[in-house]
Design a binder for this molecule. Structure first.
Ligand code: NAI
Length: 340
């Protein structure tokens, strides 16, 4: 089956890691027509807006996008491109699997958990104002609708992916109304999934537990801000941002992207690590029903890490982005010709 997918190369290292990812995805033999669109700084330079309507429309039409990181131009008047995109497409669930790779030095090589972050509200609603000079108010929005929807997503994800437990992370002991509502919604939804264990942790304790005994967690569900911070913490447990993939899922579409940003400090040097985006592309292949291609790519990626000969600089190796991609491509080609 042929798929049409919106492709957003992004800024900084974006075009380099997107090219590497497209190369290894295509090596699997999956039939994809890429519809290239722009966003972010590049879009602002070319068409005067960071979030062009044509890009949003392309994702609405195709329902799936693979996206490189964006740079939000610094300065007043520029809202975050990613927050804007998530709002425009109502991409309410941000799913971030945390799993270590073979041969990567990290604190928890066996770790395997999934973060489900609410993506549309909380302090990221961006509702801030000056009350009087020197006093600023920022509004935290938590709704029953969004809290129920994300809890449901987390339990469905757990059920569909053979996971055993979902933990809600909150600060309901202090924010009794807002985080209290989030927690109530979580336990209401939990009743519909008796086969999945449900528990909760206060955010500060949760951070300590993640560093000390992360194996106790399976799926974590969090409000937007906690989810943002805790997912970077978890990326640190398995070797850093270069290995952390993400999916933004909504009713109108799904956008797959790495957790990291555009890394302007190494852009254009051909040394960026495309692993996080390749892992995001594996999630994308599963989402569009291409399980065979997803598994082929996953096996090849793991095999390249297990060989340890083509590791990028951020993980202590010397391989360039394209050498790493070529090694994965060669594994896939070898597997496909052995099977033919
Ligand atoms: P960053 O994630 O771009 O970089 C942090 C550090 O990690 C840098 O030293 C960078 O070289 C390194 N790094 C990141 N990804 C890497 C990779 N794939 N391979 C090797 N090294 C990698 O975070 P930073 O510097 O805070 O943000 C830079 C820009 O990215 C900002 O404009 C920010 O707004 C944007 N950003 C975009 C995101 C997105 O589009 N989803 C997410 C986060 C930040």
């Amino acid at each position: 089956m042929k798929h049409t997918i919106t492709l957003i190369p992004g800024d900084g290292i974006g075009p380099e890691i997107v090219a590497a990812t497209v190369r290894v995805v295509e090596a699997t033999g999956v039939d994809i027509e890429w519809e290239t669109q722009i966003l972010g700084a590049q879009a602002f330079e070319q068409v005067g807006t960071t979030l062009p309507d044509v890009t949003i429309e392309s994702i609405r039409k195709n329902k799936v996008a693979l996206k490189g990181p964006q740079m939000t131009p610094v300065g007043k008047g520029f809202t975050s491109v990613n927050v804007g995109l998530r709002k425009a497409l109502d991409l309410y669930a941000n799913v971030r699997p945390i799993k270590a790779m073979p041969n990567v030095k990290c604190r928890y090589p066996e770790l395997d958990l999934v973060i489900v972050r609410e993506n549309t509200e909380d302090l990221y609603a961006g509702l801030e104002h000056v009350v009087v000079p020197g006093v600023v108010e920022s509004l935290k929005i938590i709704t029953e609708k969004a809290s129920t929807r994300i809890a449901k997503y987390a339990f469905e994800y757990a059920r569909d992916n053979g996971r055993k437990k979902v933990t809600a992370v909150h600060k309901a002991n202090i924010m009794k109304l807002s985080d209290g509502l989030f927690l109530d919604c979580f336990y209401n939804v939990a009743k519909e999934f008796p086969e999945i264990e449900a528990d909760d942790k206060i955010i500060d304790n949760c951070c300590m537990q993640l560093v000390m005994r992360p194996e106790q967690f399976d799926v974590l569900v969090l409000e937007n801000l906690y989810g943002d911070i805790v997912s970077d913490l978890c990326a640190g447990l398995i070797g850093g941002l270069g290995l952390a993939p993400g999916a933004n899922i909504g009713e109108l579409g799904a956008v797959f992207e790495a957790v990291h940003g555009s890394a302007p400090d190494i852009a254009g040097q051909g040394i960026a690590n495309p692993t996080a985006l390749i892992l995001s592309a594996i999630q994308m292949l599963l989402h569009i029903g291409e399980r065979g291609a997803a598994e082929r790519l996953d096996r090849a990626l793991l095999a390249v890490f297990a060989d340890g000969e083509h590791i990028t600089r951020d993980l202590g190796g010397t391989a360039k982005t394209n050498e790493f991609a070529r090694a994965i491509e060669e594994k896939i080609v070898a597997e496909r010709s052995a099977a033919a």
